[in-house]
Structures are given as structure tokens and as C-alpha cells.
Write a protein that binds this ligand. Structure first.
Ligand SMILES: Cc1ncc(COP(=O)(O)O)c(C=O)c1O
Length: 353
């Protein structure tokens, strides 16, 4: 008998622990930052005293939230909740604002975790397809539900909906609109001002991408204090450990470090996109730290994904509608991207442009 739930989580993009640190594997499949976090983060972790580990951490992560409030232009920490990665906050937003059975709305395609969280919560998820340009379709503005997830820039497309479209969505949607800004630091603009302008807007951020801290699990949500108060009622008492609070605070205090890494990733993104297009891929302009590369030639995208994996280069393949002819490639260092291109040249040979 199977006592567990059916395995919902798609583990295709993940690698077993022992492979994670193998220097011969080029890991371009889960959108991590190829550059290290600020040295100030390690200093802050090393500076933690025995007491910091012996005692429970601050349950409301006040110092970290205050630093985020200042950086993100909020009046006070009352506008922010911090959590154990953004994934925790995504599940918390359902527990806090959605009853099982209530409809949740999202674009298709989008971040695949929403579907899993809704299934676990017992809420039907209504997908509304993006249009052919990977932009929001008109149906989005007549959608009804308790909550809407909008990833901006979107994953796995990398495309950012214009801010005006997100404004229209916040105005037309009757429930909460979660604007998932996991990748916004790599974009030209963001929606950090939306919570002040729209009572139903919640912006979420992760420190896994631009701050190079995926191993720590740090995320924040920004919303009006009335919504944050509801979140605080449903979160675990100590949902952010002392080490993560110290690391998050230190990374905020060394914001220039993150900005320099973001600039490097953006420059490599431009170069990699051009190189992929030159090889015959169709690659929408990305505002993220990854590219969605569509491929119509031989071998098929899945074959390229497998052949790259044999060479120790991991990219992401989705066995899902509208995505089977595409690879999602994280922007790595210049050297990693060169290795990827060399691998691609060997696999696709003359099949490209
Ligand atoms: C769109 C999107 N939202 C949220 C997350 C989760 O971020 P975290 O690592 O903070 O849980 C990811 C991670 O890949 C993501 O792609």
C-alpha cells in the first residue's frame, strides 16, 4: 500500500546531492547564480555566537525585514514578511488567503510549483494560456478566483509582462494577485511599488537567484500591513533560522555585490542569446537569468537535453505542452556558456542555421 501522496513534484530538473558539487558538471538547469554570494555573508555567518544557535531565532526576523523595507522603499518592516525561501511563502499565501475549493488562476506556462501547491491545498488551478508572443491574453482580465499567481519575469519563458498589463490585472482581478519577482533583479524594471498602489498586490522575492543564496533558503513577500498581519498569523513560529536571518541581512547590506553579479549575468545573457540564435534557436528576449531556447531541428530538444547531460552539462527540459520543443538554459559564467555552445555544436552539427 502507498501511504504517501502520489509523487507530484517533478524532479527532472534536480540532481542528486552527490552530483551537486562535482566540478566536472556544468549546472545550468535550476537558475542558480554562477557567482558566489558576498563575502560579507560568510563573515556574518562566522560571527554568529554559540548563543545565536542555542536560542530560538527572532520569530519575526525584524532586523532583516527592516533592511528589506529600506531597500525596497517600504515605510516599515510591517510591509514585509520573511520566510524559508520563496517556496515557503508561496505555500503560505494559499494557507492564509485561499480556502480549499477556491479557484486559483495562473498563466500557462508558468512556474510549475503553483500547480503542485494548489493540488496539495485542494484548490482548482485555472490556467490561462499566454498568447503567441508569450504575453498575457485578454482572458486574464476577466478571470475570477480567490488568488492569481503571476510570475514576472515569467518562468520558464523569461519574458516580462509590461507593467501596464500587471496594473490592469490588479485592477480587474477580484482576489489577491501574487507577483512572483524571483527573477526581477535581472530585469529592466519591477513592480515593487504595486503593494502601495493596489490593496490586493503581493510582491514576492527570493534570495536564491540574484543574491546567490539558494543554499540558504531566504524569501520575502511585500504587501500592505493588513495582509502581512494575516500572513504572520499562519506562518510557523520560527520560519526563518538565525543563520538565514544573518545571511539575508548581510547580503542586503552589501547590495553593490549583488548588482555587480547581476550586471555580469545580464551581459552573458545577451551574448548567449545571440550565439543560440546564430545556431538556429528561437529565443525570446529574456529579463531573467535564463533563456528559453526553442528548437525545431534534429535531434529534437529532448535528444539535445539528453546528449548534453551525457557530456555533464545540465539544462532543463519540460515534458509539457508548448515546451517540448524547448530547453531552458540558466545563464552561467562565460566559460560555462562557452562549454554549452561547444557541446551544442557537437550535438546539432549542421542541423542548425
Ligand atoms: C518563479 C519562481 N518563483 C519562486 C522560486 C523559489 O524560490 P526559492 O528558492 O526562494 O524557494 C523559484 C525558484 O526557482 C522560481 O523560479
Amino acid at each position: 500500500m502507498n501511504y504517501g501522496r502520489e509523487l507530484l513534484k517533478d524532479v527532472e530538473g534536480y540532481v542528486p546531492g552527490e552530483q551537486l558539487n562535482r566540478p566536472d558538471i556544468i549546472k545550468l538547469n535550476t537558475n542558480e547564480n554562477p557567482y558566489p554570494p558576498s563575502p560579507k555573508v560568510l563573515e556574518a555567518i562566522r560571527a554568529l555566537t554559540d548563543d545565536a544557535l542555542r536560542k530560538y531565532p527572532d520569530p519575526v526576523s525584524l532586523a532583516f525585514r527592516s533592511a528589506c523595507a529600506e531597500r525596497y522603499g517600504c515605510e516599515s518592516a510591517d510591509w514585509i514578511i520573511a520566510g524559508n525561501g520563496m517556496d515557503e511563502l508561496l505555500s503560505l499565501v494559499l494557507r492564509t488567503f485561499v480556502d480549499p475549493g477556491d479557484t486559483v488562476v495562473a498563466t500557462y506556462p508558468t512556474y510549475s510549483l503553483y500547480e503542485i501547491l494548489c493540488a496539495l491545498h485542494g484548490s482548482p488551478l485555472e490556467y490561462i494560456d499566454l498568447d503567441d508572443d508569450l504575453q498575457l491574453a485578454e482572458d486574464m482580465y476577466v478571470a475570477r478566483g480567490r488568488l492569481c499567481f503571476l510570475t514576472r519575469p515569467n518562468a520558464p519563458t523569461g519574458v516580462a509582462a509590461p507593467r501596464a498589463d500587471v496594473e490592469r490585472l490588479c485592477e480587474s482581478f477580484p482576489g489577491i494577485v501574487v507577483i512572483d519577482e524571483a527573477y526581477a533583479d535581472f530585469a529592466d524594471d519591477n513592480c515593487l511599488d504595486f503593494p502601495a498602489r493596489f490593496p490586493n498586490a503581493i510582491v514576492m522575492r527570493t534570495f536564491s537567484k540574484s543574491f546567490s543564496l539558494a543554499g540558504m533558503r531566504i524569501g520575502v513577500a511585500i504587501a500592505r500591513p493588513a495582509l502581512i498581519r494575516e500572513f504572520l498569523k499562519t506562518k510557523d513560529s520560527y520560519n526563518m533560522d538565525a543563520v538565514s536571518q544573518a545571511a539575508g541581512l548581510a547580503s542586503m547590506q552589501d547590495y553593490d555585490w549583488q548588482q555587480e553579479n547581476v550586471a555580469k549575468v545580464r551581459a552573458t545573457r545577451t551574448r548567449l542569446r545571440a550565439a543560440l540564435i546564430e545556431r538556429g534557436f528561437d529565443v525570446p528576449v529574456s529579463q531573467s537569468n535564463f533563456l528559453l531556447a526553442h528548437w525545431a531541428g534534429e535531434p529534437a530538444a529532448k535528444g539535445i537535453f539528453e546528449a548534453l547531460r551525457e557530456r555533464g552539462i545540465l539544462v532543463r527540459y519540460f515534458n509539457a505542452r508548448r515546451l517540448t520543443n524547448a530547453l531552458r538554459i540558466t545563464v552561467g559564467t562565460d566559460a560555462e556558456c562557452d562549454a554549452l555552445l561547444t557541446g551544442l555544436d557537437a550535438i546539432i552539427g549542421d542541423a542548425g542555421a
